[in-house]
Write a protein that binds this ligand. Structure first.
Ligand SMILES: Cc1cc2nc3c(=O)[nH]c(=O)nc-3n(C[C@H](O)[C@H](O)[C@H](O)COP(=O)(O)OP(=O)(O)OC[C@H]3O[C@@H](n4cnc5c(N)ncnc54)[C@H](O)[C@@H]3O)c2cc1C
Length: 308
């Protein structure tokens, strides 16, 4: 409930201004975001890869409302991929993209987002790495999966994200649990209506387990994106049951969240990929991270009140 309220309130321009200009915000942002520039993202990637982790980098931004901004996002990814190639960090580092940042909501949005995503997939292929399409709110699920299908004809290594909180996701898992398919399974970070999504945390967890079972039993490459200790343990057991080794699935977590657990799993021999965002457009991302954890939010709200 608190999560939903925060996600709703965060749409206000006044709140956005308050949060983005408060001096205390930068400390909170630093916890979750690698930095503002591609150089900062590459430096963090080098550190994570040196520690035995894998990385997926996200250039922050979403809901682009101007085609020239979508072009800028493409250019940022192309430059980033060149840097990753030159510093030999790919294939340990791949990239994650949001189709709304590539123009999905503009006129002729699906075609524009597809064209832009293709440019990034081509550059990723050249850098010997891959792209994963982030999943945004439910209004984009069908178009994202449609674009994924088209991209995978030429770039079968392209990954997708499915959100366990949506009722439809078990069925989407079945469709995508095929050879060569890379599916990142997460709980889901947006506010979704009752009619489409589980609201109860326990129901979401049960759905996550059902989806994991489908993906682990299938022929694709499951990417278990969660920090939840119970789900991680169930994931480990399912992998064992299905004879999946470190090359056959991976765990994924967000930069700055449970870093000790990230290293522990890697030391046990698991592939662990860290979703590492960078850029100046961090507002939406930060709010979703705060909304996931009432303790993050309480800490942040107290700091705002004492310092402003
Ligand atoms: C690699 C990756 C990619 C993702 N991509 C998408 C996407 O494309 N679309 C989408 O909707 N969602 C995405 N998410 C977010 C996801 O949907 C969840 O909102 C988020 O991961 C929290 O869920 P959880 O599974 O960690 O479980 P929770 O039950 O939320 O958390 C389990 C435990 O993890 C820790 N934790 C979790 N979140 C936080 C936090 N913000 N701050 C501090 N501690 C925390 C706490 O210890 C908590 O008890 C992604 C997550 C990951 C890891």
């Amino acid at each position: 409930m608190l999560r939903g309220a925060l996600l709703r309130v965060s749409r206000s321009d006044k709140i956005k201004h308050l949060i983005t200009t408060a001096p205390v915000t930068s400390g909170v942002v630093r916890r979750f975001v690698a930095g503002e520039t591609s150089a900062a993202a590459v430096a963090v990637t080098r550190r994570l890869v040196g520690a035995g982790l894998l990385v997926t980098i996200d250039f922050l931004g979403e809901d682009t409302n101007d085609p020239s901004r979508a072009d800028e996002v493409v250019v940022a990814y192309l430059n980033l991929l060149t840097k990753l190639r030159e510093s030999s960090l790919s294939p340990s580092a791949e990239v994650s993209i949001k189709l709304s940042a590539l123009g999905l909501h503009l006129r002729d949005g699906p075609q524009l987002a597809l064209d832009n995503a293709e440019l990034i997939c081509r550059a990723a292929r050249k850098a010997d790495t891959a792209v994963t399409l982030d999943m945004e709110d439910h209004s984009t699920t069908d178009s994202t999966l449609e674009i994924l299908r088209t991209l995978r004809k030429e770039y079968p290594e392209t990954g997708a994200v499915l959100q366990a909180y949506l009722y439809r996701t078990e069925s989407d898992c079945r469709d995508l649990a095929e050879a060569g398919s890379r599916v990142r399974l997460c709980k889901g970070a947006y506010e979704e209506p009752d009619g489409l999504a589980f609201q109860d945390r326990h129901e979401i967890d049960k759905s996550y387990v059902r989806c994991m079972k489908i993906l682990m039993a299938g022929n694709g490459f499951p990417m278990l994106a969660t920090h939840d200790p119970t789900l991680i343990e169930i994931g480990r057991k399912l992998a064992e049951e299905h004879g999946r080794g470190p090359k056959d699935f991976e765990f994924q977590m967000l930069y700055g969240i449970r870093p000790t657990e990230q290293l522990r799993l890697a030391k046990l021999g698991h592939a662990v990929r860290i979703y590492t965002p960078y850029g100046t457009d961090w507002y939406g991302y930060l709010i979703r991270r705060l909304a996931e954890r009432p303790s993050n939010l309480g800490f942040f709200a107290r700091s705002l009140m004492t310092k402003s």
